[in-house]
Write a protein that binds this ligand. Structure first.
Ligand code: IPD
Ligand code: CA
Ligand code: CA
Ligand code: CA
Length: 264
């Protein structure tokens, strides 16, 4: 069964269960269990526990599906359906008990994302979308902002864990900051995209996000009427993800393309 609404229902149930788990675990002591690509790229035991829970629930309900999780699960199924999961988006916020971190689940059918959910775990906010079915926050339709001027755009971004990339990302911010309303670094890539979807941000961009970061959020932003893409007409990819209110996307893209020292 590959009906997007059925897939979304399972995704929401599982994401809400994982969100309850990580909030509950946050009452105890949270420590860094390991580092990954760099010393700043941390993982806690709860990142792994959340991913295990999500994988177990999804594959119990749909044993023939594929499953890709940030913390290492890569299961190849036969159904054409793939679950792309970030078990805690915003691990650094989680470690420090900053009250924004999320569970993100995207569901692809034959390579196209057809359903997505992002649960802001501490706040209990649930962002959802299905392909062609619109975007919702706690069941109410949401829409990107009507921002049409860069000088009035509140912009979100994030920084990867690689120090060389971070320096470049800081340079890009230096070029943008005088042209826009302000910058927010929320610390949760999936939430950045959902905030564009509901008008809490006018635009976001980041180099180096992974499919588990942007899979659900990009669908939610697009279904909320935001324009999404990479640089120079490319689709959203780990190379670059941009989501913006439609009235400001082109100007924002051009500013970013001019500011980005890695431009082709
Ligand atoms: C990170 C967050 C952050 C973004 C990083 C991501 P994680 O995900 O989404 O906002 O700037 O690029 O890696 O590691 O906390 O799941
Ligand atoms: Ca993430
Ligand atoms: Ca994560
Ligand atoms: Ca991580």
């Amino acid at each position: 069964m590959t009906n997007p609404q059925d897939l979304l229902k399972l995704a929401v149930d599982v994401a809400e269960e994982a969100a309850r788990l990580i909030v509950e675990r946050r009452r105890g002591r949270i420590t860094v269990a390991d580092t990954k690509s760099t010393v700043t790229d941390i993982v806690t035991a709860v990142d792994r526990e959340s991913e295990e829970l999500i994988r177990a629930r999804v594959l119990a309900a749909r044993p023939d599906d594929s499953f890709l999780g940030e913390e290492g699960d890569d299961v190849l199924g036969t159904s054409g359906v793939r679950w792309v999961v970030d078990p805690i988006d915003g691990t650094v916020n989680y470690l420090y008990d900053h009250p924004t971190y999320a569970v993100s689940i995207a569901v692809e059918v034959d390579g196209t994302t057809v359903a997505g959910v992002v649960v802001d775990a501490p706040k209990g906010e649930v962002f959802t979308a299905t392909l062609g079915g619109g975007a919702y926050l706690d069941g109410r339709p949401i829409q990107a902002s009507d921002c049409a001027e860069l000088s009035k755009a509140l912009v979100g971004t994030g920084f990867g864990y690689d120090p060389v990339r971070r320096k470049v990302q800081a340079e890009v911010v230096q070029h943008l900051i005088a042209e826009i309303r302000d910058i927010r670094r929320i610390g949760v890539g999936a939430i950045d995209l959902c905030y564009v979807a509901c008008g809490r941000l006018d635009a976001v961009y980041e180099r180096g996000l992974n499919p588990w970061d942007y899979g659900a959020g990009a669908l939610i932003a697009a279904e909320a009427g935001a324009t999404i893409g990479g640089l120079h007409g490319a689709p959203v990819s780990p190379e670059m993800s941009i989501a913006a209110a439609p009235g400001v996307f082109a100007a924002f893209h051009d500013l970013l393309a001019a500011a980005d020292p890695l431009r082709a």
